[in-house]
Ligand binder design. Structure first.
Ligand SMILES: [Zn+2]
Length: 227
């Protein structure tokens, strides 16, 4: 498989996971938007992937990964997230800089290397951005978190992870010192626009709905509000 083919499988899987509850098939336009290419180029690639039995593609009806395609895509995500964990935890790189490096490393095919890496890291279930790492069988660990858009005023939460981390979002979280594992207290949720007022380590900060909609959090009943 080429790197481009692998990247397509990964993009399709991420789109499928994002709309799983809707039971909708991924569309050519959605893929074109993520890859930033013309829908006609996507169609060409889909035909190639279909020939390899990796996607089930029906013109005008959209795309679905086959079992084999999904397995490959999960393996790529596993490699990517294990490498990111290694780069941050063992080499001390910033969580902002590791993504482009992991984008390259994920295309290194060596089952032995990957299993050793997983073992070396102690079989982590989440990467440094709090995204789930598929295990060796391609199963994603369950996350019982919720999006920050559903938090309730007066409760404490732990920050678990980011949905689709981007450079700018990670820089912003660095700036307000919201790290994976941070515990905060929700003071208010603005009914008008869904912005969240939170208190963390004695500091108050406001998150817009757009930011809250990218953050995964979990109610923290054990902790009093101290950081
Ligand atoms: Zn990444």
């Amino acid at each position: 498989m080429t790197i481009a083919e692998e990247d397509y499988l990964k993009v399709i899987l991420k789109l499928e996971l994002a709309q799983e509850e809707l039971h909708a098939r991924v569309t050519t336009n959605q893929v074109a938007e993520v890859i930033q290419t013309k829908p006609s180029s996507v169609t060409d690639m889909l035909k190639r992937l279909k020939e390899k039995s990796l996607v089930d593609y029906i013109k005008y009806k959209g795309i679905k990964l086959t079992g084999a395609g999904r397995k490959q895509a999960l393996c790529l995500i596993r490699r990517h997230r294990l490498w990111e964990t290694f780069l941050v935890e063992k080499l001390g790189l910033s969580w902002k800089t590791v993504h482009p490096v992991a984008e390259q490393l994920e295309h290194v095919h060596s089952d032995e290397l990957l299993e050793r890496l997983d073992e070396f890291l102690g079989h982590p279930a989440f990467d440094p951005h709090g995204e789930p790492i598929p295990n060796g069988e391609g199963k994603l660990p369950g996350c019982d978190g919720e999006l920050m858009t559903t938090v309730k005023a007066g409760k404490n939460y732990t920050f678990m992870g980011i949905k689709e981390p981007t450079d700018t979002l990670l820089s912003y979280l660095d700036k307000i010192k919201l790290n994976i594992g941070s515990i905060f207290h929700v003071q208010d949720v603005e009914a008008y626009n869904g912005s969240v007022e939170l208190e963390m380590g004695g500091k108050v900060c406001f998150l817009t709905y757009d930011v809250a909609n990218k953050l995964v959090v979990k109610v923290n009943e054990k902790h009093e509000n101290k950081n």
